[in-house]
Design a protein around this ligand. Sequence first.
Ligand code: CP3
Length: 321
Amino acid sequence: MRLLDALAGQNRGRPPVWLMRQAGRYLPEYRALRKQWSLRELFFTPELAAEVTLLPIDLLGVDAAILFSDITTVALALGLKLDFREGPVVTPLVTPAMVDSLPLVPVEEALAPVGETIRMLRASLKVPLIGFCGAPFTVATYLVENYKEWPKEAFHKLLDKLAAVTEASIRFQIQSGAQAIQIFDSWANLLSREEFLEFSLPYIQRLVSASSVPTIVFMREGALYLDEWSAIPSVALSLDEHTPLPEVRRRVGLKRVLQGNLSTELLYQPIPVIRAEVRRLLDSMHGDPSFILNLGHGLKPDMPVESVKALVAEALVEFEK
Ligand code: CP3
């Protein structure tokens, strides 16, 4: 399968394409389901979560599915409650005094419906299924009031517990059938270099070690750390639009799998501009065996579905023989 070939550095045809947040509110079919069900019901009812995961496969024809779930669900494995309003709401918020007493609930219990969703999906999918998790730092930002006010030692304890349940979640998703894992460190770009090296990279390293399938890490501004990523040679990098990928490729060599990096703003442009920009990126990476086409960040609710379809259609054009 094309995505797994590219993740193995052995893709010989056109690059695989999938889009972050490909199952979401920009799709009328998704909005219709959301009128009927709460977000929690969608995430934790296997039939519904599987149905949402499949929407972009059927409607766009992308080369990979990403499990419909959320990075904040691991909060349940720390004995916390999770609700969704404008965004995820964790209760109670964790304080430094609480960290030691947070339980570690087995993920097979706390996230049982996620395992069931993955098994259902694998029975029907013809493209690979990507499981995912948040990097401990990014998930922590949803669990605490303000991490900057935390004593370092207590914050490391929280990150350590989050890493433990996230490792377990990765193993559980893989056992259930996930064929690749993406780690989202969506807020790591807020950290200084020193903070990133202290609070994020070591924990990402732990998650990658826990994964027995190809693993991708997404970070905005991730190209700032190309030398540091060499500490995790096996991880694929999902990069934003700020650094041209051919330049990254020259710096990291062919062994590093690269994913990205169309600007999400492109989706507000006229369709001919979208097609031309997809073509330009594909031409610039032509023949690259370890490249996956994606966006620099996720799709947004107000993006025109016709534009998303045009982007994918252009990416699906086969090479001329
Ligand atoms: O299609 C996919 O990409 C798979 C599903 C997915 C969701 N969340 C579903 C979701 C994935 C991969 C995520 C990851 C996630 N969740 C991240 C990392 C990716 C990123 O965008 O940086 C983060 C930071 C979260 C936390 C989160 N969940 C926020 C901030 C929000 C509210 C803001 C928003 O984007 O709507 C959510 C809710 C959420 N998770 C929605 C979806 C589709 C919104 C759905 C709705 O309101 O109907």
